[in-house]
Design a protein around this ligand. Sequence first.
Ligand code: ASP
Length: 405
Amino acid sequence: MRPSLEGGRRLLSWILGGVVLGALMGGISPASGQKVGFLGEIFLNFLMMLVAPLVMTSMIVGVTNLGDFRKLGRIGWQTLAYYIATTGISVVIGIALVNVIRPGAGLIPTEARRSVQRGEFSFVQVVVGFVPKNIFEAMVEMKVLPLIVFSLLFGGALSAAGERGRTAVDFFRAVNEALMKLVHLIMYFAPLGVFGLVAARLGKAGGWEEFGPELSRVLSYSLTVLLGLTAHGALVLPLILWTLGGRRVVTYASRMSPALLTAFSTASSSATLPVTIECVVRRNEVSEEVAGFVLPLGATVNMDGTALYEAVAAIFIAQAYNIPLSPVQQMVVFLTATLASIGAAGIPQAGLVTMVMVLKAVDLPLEGIAMILTVDWLLDRFRTTVNVWGDSVGSAVLERVRSRT
Ligand code: ASP
């Protein structure tokens, strides 16, 4: 059942109002902005409390609806192919723009002497972490990928059990239904929630007065990232949605807006996941079996915005340090930025940590991260929005592909 369009539009304007008011309040009066942060925390908690059960039940329902492992295998490969292709396109856009605009050229990385907390990142460890050693621990720590792996196997096993698995399948379907109703309810709190989140974060950055100068120091870098994200999010993905997904872009996007605004406010694809599922399944009427599989996986694996940003940031750092990168090294940036985005968790600023891998691959100074640290929280919001948009477009595309094969 799709919520009435009128009601949907009204909610959307309220959420949008929340973001704008939050930016005004946190920007003008940072102290008051931080005071309303508790509203954002409540909203975030509401969302996060649903992530683990929703990932598990929607995956299990999706897999059991699909029927057998062969169908799952087919949609699995198609999903991965879509993810890799779109991520690749976004990285190419980022690399092209940063080479043309050259935002780092002539920039003296003085602040790079400041010490940076170096996060270690190993892709092998990420792969090992796919398999949960304890599903309850994975739930507690909201580790989405291990939960996906477990749910896929469990759903497949339930399907294989046939009639004997029927009761459990019905149970998970009912739980999933109830959780979706909860998401629907929680969305009424979203306007206040996003207001609190935006106001508090901008307040923490010192409002526009303090954050403005920080932003202007790396303005052309920030604009390069934003331009790339806009090109990918407003041109490439809509084109894919229209041609491969067969959807009307404006309608699909406007029905996705609560999820996109939530992504912007929380800077977390995983925390946004319940809203993304609600918008894709209930509003855009993509089937549960496709969305239940494509979206949880996409929230952690498919990050077009993050990949683009990692490539731009790495090459920007090379330019600032005046380290020329050969075409082969740029190719390495392309590959590692794609991998690093796959490895990044769907949480705030995860991309900043996995970028270490990109910098190390082409021998760039890790200290360079200090230059972009202060503006990262803002860019994170934009790239998370594109990440969630990429997953949503993927659902429509894969739904169509599945119905045709
Ligand atoms: N915050 C992003 C997300 O959740 C990841 C990142 O780019 O840092 O999608």
